[in-house]
Design a protein around this ligand. Sequence first.
Ligand SMILES: *Cc1c(COP(=O)(O)O)cnc(C)c1O
Length: 386
Amino acid sequence: MPEPMERSQQDFLPYGRQSITEDDVAAVAEVLRGDWLTTGPALTRFEDDLASVSGAAGAVAVTSGTAALHTAYAAAGVGPGDEVVVSPMTFVATASTAVLRGARVVFADVEPDTGNLDVDAARTATGPRTRVVAAVDYAGHPARLDELATVARDADALLLEDAAHSVGGAWHGTPVGALAGLTTFSFFPTKNLTTAEGGAVVSPYEELLARARRFRNHGLVRDKAAQRRPDEGDWHQEVHEFGLNYRLPDVLAALGSSQLRRLAWFKQRRAEIHAAYDRGLADVDGVRTPVTRDGADPMWHLYPLRVLDGRRRALFGHLRGAGIGVQVNYVPVYWHPVFADLGYQRGLCPNAERFYADELSLPLWPGLADADVERVITEVRGFFSA
Ligand SMILES: *Cc1c(COP(=O)(O)O)cnc(C)c1O
């Protein structure tokens, strides 16, 4: 196991941070010295590595988790007239990329304890126009993907799993990536592995992967058998459906493959820190520690502490003042003014609103030292005993 490089001397503890080794640096430098800066062998290798980690038929790497969601909705054929059922306890991109495809988003409430999409609420939210049901593995704890897949199937829709938090996790023994029709990842620096910016779509279905691959590359069709004008010339490629340039450079794909080699260690270290917070805070009266469902094998991306009695804002201020970079994940998506302007009203998903009201994410990243974790626990305990 290569040692991560020293983190810069800093007293401030961010809530998330990348872990970069000299091996990562060497992998990037090697690509920079070679012939392919983009769409070359490092990309193919990274996609193969991702497919094997996630038990999928293949992977389509793109430039961000947001691009991955946009690409996944395009691959699912989401367009005007369609509805997409979305969990509100997520980053805005899970919903906004569906709106950008022309769909109407229908928010379904979450479970009060995990913050994951509630199966009954999702079922109630489906209808004849539902094209996709989009679940989020909040904090890295998988949603009830088997039951949600049934909800989607009964509505003649696809299940999309926004696994920006959960690459490397599993649900009842099946890896994240093999459970939903489409699964998306993010490789932003605070996530479970990084390519600086990056993301991917994985799927068990070759046809969805092919559509995702085309969307990532302007919609260009290069296969002569599929072209309308194959006799145009050997230079010819043609667009049948609009796409974008979401191609991940080889420079970054090489970083991704290098990071994936440490995925098991990342998972273990994140689980250790998560367990240390549980042990250190379980007996504190003013908080509730996160739950883990039977059958869940989480990849803990966040440690979502629940702060009771309306004291979240005060604890946030106390910890920030002590140099501890806590965060709040997330404001219910439909509270964003852009959704309010579309007519979505407060009160729509009461569980999500209560979850947001008392959630506080403690620092969680693999390079966090045991002493840092103890410092966070001591500050939280100190706040409640004062
Ligand atoms: C980070 C994140 C995204 C967006 O990923 P980017 O790589 O930042 O574009 C989408 N959904 C969730 C749940 C996320 O946490």
